[in-house]
Design a protein around this ligand. Sequence first.
Ligand SMILES: C[C@H](CCC(=O)NCCS(=O)(=O)O)[C@H]1CC[C@H]2[C@@H]3[C@H](O)C[C@@H]4C[C@H](O)CC[C@]4(C)[C@H]3C[C@H](O)[C@]12C
Length: 323
Amino acid sequence: MCTATNYTAKDHYFGRNLDLEFSYHEAVTITPRNFPFPFRKAADLTTHYAMVGMTTVADGYPLYYDATNEKGLSMAGLNFPENADYKAEVAGMDNISPFEFIPWILGQFETVAQVREALEKLVLVDISFSAELPLSPLHWIISDREESLTVESVKDGLKVYDNPVGLLTNNPTFDIQLFNLNNYASVSTAQPENRFSKKLQLDTYSRGLGAVGLPGDLSSMSRFVKAVFTAENSLSGESESEAVSQFFHILGSVEQQRGCVEVGDRYEITIYSSCCNTDTGIYYYRTYENSQLTAVDLHKVDLDGDSLSTYPLVTGQQVREQN
Ligand SMILES: C[C@H](CCC(=O)NCCS(=O)(=O)O)[C@H]1CC[C@H]2[C@@H]3[C@H](O)C[C@@H]4C[C@H](O)CC[C@]4(C)[C@H]3C[C@H](O)[C@]12C
């Protein structure tokens, strides 16, 4: 399971939890403007916007999980098992494989409005990166500071949803996730009034009673509700430190602790949580065992270069000793 979200303070932030039972040796990668991006069925992008995000690099190709480009457009792929359905190539359309989708979008566009238009000609084609790295069943969130989209390639074709909550988890399809929020209209940050019974005296014996009914389990539909509630009600100061801290607290509300979600003989955990300041291009992350934030700054490399800068994750716990 995974969760991706947006948050705006003075700057805008985009990031995600990557929840999985194993790692593909993730690394933060900066792709500069002149790194040649080959596409299997579309024209190569030889010059494009630079981007920073989480990847597995295979055969010199940055396979992005989530990223932000130098214009602040951001995108993340999240698991969408049983629902993702990729298509055969269609002549006259932009035929893009799922593993190419993030660089193809972030390489060319600045805003969600531009992306929405480009998606009218898009087919997500069933072409694997390699035999070792086959197609992943994914759906995507694409965001700028103002708005978000969810893109799902399903049996019926390509679905592009406006995403008014700027948040995505996993199954079921996005229309159902949004509809399900109707069930939580009475959940509140304020203490409840007794509407349960006119005859009973009910006491607000604890803080937080307004949110009773908010799901606490780790299923993707429950995480969607919990994370939307947290994000919608989030408050922070405007400084970088306050906003980034708040962002990781939103993701922390739906993180997965080892031992709680069984997958065969393993357990899914939050392998990393990320938060990119989409205005400055600083990509912060923490990992399951390293609670300290590590940061990679898009603008600290030569963005007119043609080779990748790759930073393997710092995964060991960093303890600051105080005495
Ligand atoms: C599995 C990951 C998503 C995590 C997630 O949503 N987990 C929830 C599982 S579930 O709903 O509860 O089943 C996705 C996100 C990005 C994916 C990776 C990226 O798409 C990049 C490449 C793409 C290649 O085709 C496959 C390997 C891969 C390296 C992908 C492996 C895997 O599918 C990743 C890591």
